[in-house]
Ligand binder design. Sequence first.
Ligand code: FE2
Length: 290
Amino acid sequence: MTRRFPFPHDGRPDQAIRDAYEADGFLVLEGFASRETCAALRQRVRDLIDGFDPESVRSVFSTTDQAHARDRYFRESGDEIRFFFEAQAFGTDGRLVRDKQGAINKIGHALHDLDPVFAPFSHDPRLGRLAEGLGLADPGLVQSMVIAKPAFIGGEVGMHQDATFLYTEPSTVTGFWIALEEATAENGCLFAPPGGHRTTLRERFHYRGGDLVKTTLDPAPLEDEVGVALEAPEGTLVVLHGLLPHRSGPNTSPRSRLAYALHAVDRAAGWAPDNWLRRRADMPVRGFDG
Ligand code: FE2
């Protein structure tokens, strides 16, 4: 049974929460976002997708296929709000085979700066106090994603470490994953091995010259075990250490599993200039209360 805690009143983690994070590399904090907030965010996702013309882009984002890495649409999404489809959303003729509301894999990666609903939700001083209590001296929000995991065709995300994608020296990236709908083992919740963060970073996804590449840092297999299910009622915040291996299964169930993920790094650490994520100069990284 996974340890879980009520989200602390003002965000400040008590000793028991800090000890659990240090031991497990993750936290399951229930009651972070209210039912009303989750409903408003789900409506905002529907509105964003309504306003998006799928014909304007044919980028299929699949984490089991690195072909997207060469896709400019993805590369240049670090300071935009862009839409990525499920791999199974298209027929062999390249046309969408389902309504776009049920075909989106993710929306990213700067909702926390640009979206009038997600930006204020992201810049929550409670999250800043939590991040600082967990060891980020000067947390800065670098990335945000709506992760849709739609019913029937939601794709799996293989075991990975977030520090692969957002690297600082030393590693500080921390994930703040919020269940906007209940996440269970049936509809594609997160899985992670408790204590799995006490390990090396296996690979980096970064620019080399003009190309995005994956470089192996340590060839040891990431995890042989599958991890424990981090099941999360609606409104739950799951915190993920940047070195913690984690994955999520496919969603073949009839229930969608909408989540919102924020990634913060410590601005006191060195941001690797070859990270995939780029932001224009007039969009500096802001803190949770900035
Ligand atoms: Fe991740």
